[in-house]
Design a protein around this ligand. Structure first.
Ligand SMILES: C[S@@+](CC[C@H](N)C(=O)[O-])C[C@H]1O[C@@H](n2cnc3c(N)ncnc32)[C@H](O)[C@@H]1O
Length: 272
């Protein structure tokens, strides 16, 4: 079992105010949410019911992309903006393929930190799973702490799954990704998904959500081109940047919903 790395701040958790990670958990069909989160989540569902479909497909995309990277030989993962533990977390998927896989989770939400111990349960007695409590903008700090568990001379699967959209300024988000990818060697991967802003109904729901959320946990959708640009310089894994449910879908999964227009795109790219 790994150690929780903390900035030493108190777990200042207010259950009467909606929280971004808990709302996402609610949309995903999870149990770690409270009436305030459900009310905020329901306000979005009322305008854009497809949000729950997206949240569920997002988890399936994470599972498929982690499995892909692990089966391609990646044994180390840096999952940045990990969110709540759920039924299939990165370490469980990776360690099922490679028992000795090493995973570092990063999030800056005290509510996620409070649940981190559940994330830290290894599925093997040889793998390493650890958690860094930090803002991912503090790149030197995150990488410095991640070095305690990961070898930056060997390939790392860098994951930004639905977390980068919390950075309002796209150029800043792009620079953050570039910095992390610069720190990892050839053979590493970037796995990423984010909301796209092409559906006017979703855009309206997001505007309403952000009016409530403010700077603290606002979320910003991107153009499909912007999502693609994050992979510049990387070798895109087939089928490239697509809607999440169209990324290497598992045909055996009932209700895979390949024909649904999920409002989110993602991809996996390999650093040459
Ligand atoms: C929409 S959730 C996605 C969770 C998970 N990756 C998934 O796809 O199910 C976004 C997560 O990013 C985290 N996050 C947002 N901004 C962050 C930041 N600046 N530093 C670290 N984590 C952040 C949030 O706390 C939240 O847990």
């Amino acid at each position: 079992m790994g150690d929780v790395e903390s900035q030493g701040r108190p777990a200042d958790i207010d259950f009467d105010r909606p929280n971004s990670a808990r709302i996402w958990n609610y949309w995903m069909g999870g149990k770690d949410n409270y009436p305030a989160d459900q009310a905020a989540g329901d306000a979005v569902i009322a305008v854009f019911p497809g949000i729950t479909t997206w949240a569920r497909h997002a988890r399936q995309f994470i599972i498929r992309s982690v499995r892909y990277m692990a089966e391609s030989g990646v044994r180390q993962f840096l999952d940045i903006g990990t969110g709540f533990p759920t039924d299939q977390n990165t370490h469980e998927v990776a360690q099922e393929v490679t028992p000795e896989a090493r995973i570092v989770y990063v999030d800056n939400d005290p509510v996620v930190l409070a649940h981190a111990r559940a994330l830290l349960t290894n599925t093997t007695n040889v793998g390493v799973t650890t958690y860094v409590d930090s803002d991912f903008r503090d790149i030197d700090r995150v990488i410095g702490m991640a070095r305690g568990a990961l070898n930056f001379d060997e390939p790392i699967g860098v994951m930004f799954m639905g977390s980068l959209g919390h950075v309002e300024d796209y150029d800043e988000a792009l620079a953050i990704v570039r910095s992390y990818m610069d720190a990892v060697p050839s053979g590493s991967y970037l796995a990423h998904y984010e909301a796209i802003n092409t559906d006017p109904v979703y855009r309206q729901a997001l505007d309403d959500f952000n009016a409530e959320a403010g700077a603290a946990w606002g979320y910003y959708a991107r153009t499909p081109e912007q999502i693609g640009q994050l992979f510049d310089g990387l070798e895109l894994v087939d089928p490239g940047v697509v809607r999440l449910n169209q990324w290497r879908p598992n045909p055996a999964k009932v209700g895979n919903g390949q024909n649904i227009d999920v409002v989110s795109m993602g991809a996996v790219g390999r650093k040459p």
